[in-house]
Every structure is written in structure tokens, then in C-alpha cells.
Design a protein around this ligand. Structure first.
Ligand code: UD1
Length: 337
């Protein structure tokens, strides 16, 4: 296939681009580089030995995107482009709704005009809100109890895609609900390069281990979990990338929804210990108050993706820590270094 990969220069996008190329697909990256680097695409080219055309456009800008895509051939789309900082979304809700929703509306119109029916969307386990029970399968209610505009934008976009598919039955749309992506490609050439202070756990730990930050704040140790700290389902980004390729290759008319997670939960302190082991560096931490909107435990039931897509995670949390450390220690300033 010839895949338009929106947000293809970002963390998940760059790993997905590489795995698509390794599976014999062609990739065109569309990105506005507002929170990503062209260098990531160059490194994907270097790792794959293949060239990756880049379209620089802000998808939310309809006229500019239509112009930029006019002469670009593709037969399928993986849509990852969007803003993703939870905290920022609370402070700037209109920006988050506008950018994330407008980008998707423009893209869906482009697809319909061109009759491109193979569409995979990057959603999030955040659409489940506060889990009623764990592990969470795809039948779990969505929409209620989402704690931030970022998460709600993902939920709204899922609904928009469903409505679009009802009006256009040929459309095959797959919604991938990610749990917590971590790790990096084993080469250490591509990885997560957050701007500013990382919000997410593993990049923060990596920066403590490499000496860029003094200590980790552990947000809460009184949850109803074995050690009291938050439990999440960490999924290696290469497993996640392979999940996108499986979903794309399996896509057919209608709506399909899959959790992409490992099915295993790990606590904050387990991640700290695993990272210390992988890096050989100490990760000092202090226990602090729980973070607003956090929940104790979020773990996927990935059975549907395992059985339907014949996809499963093969990499452990230890692998993710090793790969994240390899990326962080060889690129302490990220792509800018
Ligand atoms: C968050 C978002 C989610 C988003 C995901 C990936 C919320 C409620 N959820 O998930 O919508 O899809 O990021 O961007 O914000 N932790 C610490 N110290 C830190 C950072 C995190 O103790 O400095 C803890 C958290 O309390 C949590 C765990 O580590 O228990 C994982 O946190 P994080 O990596 O931010 O992911 P989520 O909160 O699960």
C-alpha cells in the first residue's frame, strides 16, 4: 500500500513509518512539525534504506492541506497528527478541539473526495474515562468521565468517524485505542523527544537517569494497587507500530475498534526499578500528591486485537526501558543534539 501517515514525524509516527517500510509499504509523511522533527524522518530513511516523501502542512488548514495533497498519490491513511498534551489541553481547550477535530474533518473530506476508504485513526484508552473495571475491553463504555479536553477530542473524533462511516458505507475505519506507549527502536536512532518538561512517566524517568533532571515526582502512593502507585499498561512503541500495520492490512468497510496494549499492568515504582536496572543509573524519586484526573489502574484487555488482527505484544517493559535508555543516552538533547 501507499500510506499517507499524518503526524509521521512524531514519536509514534516515526516508528510506524519504519515498520510500514519494513513490511513493504510505501510511506508519505504529512506533518506540520509543530511538535516533531524532520530529522526523525531522515533517520527512518537511514534505518530503512528507503526514501520517504514529506508533505509539510497543517491539516487543520483546509485550503493549505488540499493544495499540499493535490499531487500526492496514496491509497490509505494512518491518522496520527494531533495535539496530545493533557495539561496543555486543560489550559487551551479551544485550541485542542479546533486543531484535533478540524484536522480530522479536513482529512475525512479529502478521503471522500478521492474515494480512499482505508483509514486508521490514532485514538486513546483515555476515551474509557475512569475505568469501571480492569482489564478494559472494547465494550467498556466510552465518553463518560473523561477528565480533559485532549481525551474528549479523541472521543468526539471517534464519534465523527462513526457518523462519516454511516454516511459512506464503503469507508473502512479502524479506531486504535492506545494504552501507554513507551520505549524506542533498538537502534537508538529514533525515540520520544518531548519538548520542555516531559508529562509522561518514562521520558521523565529517562531524563532523570541521564542527569537532566534531579528527581522524579511519584504522583500518589495510596491507590488501591499492590504498592499504592498508579498502574498502567505500558506498550513498547515498536509493538504499537506493528499493531498499526496489522490494523491497516486487515481493514475492511465498517468500523473496527481495537485496544492496543499488552494486557499487563506495571506500577510507577516497578517502572522506576526496571529503568534503574536497564540503565545502571539511579532514579531518585519523591512521593507527591496524586495528579488531578489520574486514576489508580488502567490496563487493556487486548484479546480482540490478538485474535482478529493476529497481533500481540512481544516486547517487555524491560525491553522498553533498555531501548528508551539507549535512545536517551545516545541523544541526550533529542533530535536537536
Ligand atoms: C496520560 C493521559 C492520557 C494520554 C497518555 C499519553 C491522563 C489522565 N492521561 O496517561 O490521556 O493518552 O498520558 O500521553 O493524563 N507519573 C508519575 N510521575 C510523573 C509522570 C507520571 O508518578 O512525573 C505516574 C502517573 O500518575 C501515572 C503513571 O505515572 O500513574 C503514568 O503516567 P503518564 O505517563 O502521564 O500516562 P497516563 O497518565 O496513564
Amino acid at each position: 500500500m501507499r500510506v499517507l501517515l499524518t503526524g509521521g514525524a512524531g514519536y509514534i509516527g516515526s516508528h510506524t513509518a519504519l515498520v510500514l517500510l519494513e513490511h513493504g509499504h510505501e510511506v508519505v509523511v504529512l506533518d506540520d512539525f509543530s511538535n516533531s522533527s524532520l530529522e526523525a524522518v531522515r533517520r527512518v530513511e537511514e534505518l530503512s534504506g528507503k526514501s520517504v516523501p514529506v508533505v509539510e502542512a497543517d491539516l487543520a488548514d483546509r485550503a493549505a492541506s488540499e493544495r499540499a495533497l493535490e499531487d500526492i498519490e496514496f491509497d490509505s491513511v494512518i491518522h496520527l497528527a494531533g495535539l496530545k498534551s493533557v495539561g496543555e489541553s486543560v489550559a487551551q481547550p479551544t485550541r485542542y478541539y479546533r486543531v484535533n477535530i478540524d484536522a480530522t474533518l479536513v482529512l475525512l473530506d479529502v478521503l471522500r473526495e478521492r474515494g480512499i476508504t482505508n483509514f486508521v485513526f490514532s485514538s486513546s484508552a483515555t476515551v474509557y474515562g475512569v475505568p469501571q473495571s480492569v482489564p478494559i475491553d472494547e465494550q467498556h463504555p466510552v465518553g463518560d468521565g473523561i477528565t480533559n479536553p485532549y481525551g474528549r477530542s479523541k472521543f468526539i473524533i471517534e464519534e465523527i468517524i462513526r457518523d462519516t462511516q454511516s454516511a459512506w458505507p464503503e469507508l473502512g475505519a479502524t479506531l486504535l485505542r492506545y494504552f501507554n506507549p513507551v520505549g524506542a527502536h533498538t537502534s537508538g536512532r529514533i525515540g520520544e523527544d518531548p519538548s520542555g518538561i516531559p508529562n509522561n512517566l518514562m521520558p521523565f524517568i529517562a531524563q532523570v537517569a541521564v542527569g537532566k533532571r534531579e528527581r522524579l515526582s511519584v504522583f500518589g502512593d495510596t491507590y488501591a494497587t499492590p504498592d499504592g502507585t498508579g498502574v498502567r499498561d505500558y506498550i513498547h512503541v515498536m509493538d504499537l507500530a506493528e499493531g498499526h500495520v496489522a490494523a491497516l492490512e486487515h481493514n475492511r468497510p465498517g468500523i473496527a475498534v481495537y485496544n492496543l496494549g499488552s494486557g499487563t499492568g506495571s506500577s510507577v515504582l516497578e517502572v522506576v526499578r526496571e529503568f534503574e536496572r536497564a540503565s545502571g543509573q539511579p532514579v531518585p524519586f519523591v512521593i507527591e500528591a496524586p495528579r488531578a484526573g489520574d486514576v489508580g489502574e488502567v490496563v487493556a484487555d487486548p484479546t480482540l486485537a490478538n485474535t482478529t488482527l493476529d497481533w500481540r505484544t512481544t516486547r517487555s517493559l524491560a525491553d522498553a526501558c533498555r531501548d528508551s535508555w539507549n535512545w536517551q543516552s545516545s541523544n541526550p538533547e533529542g533530535y536537536a543534539g
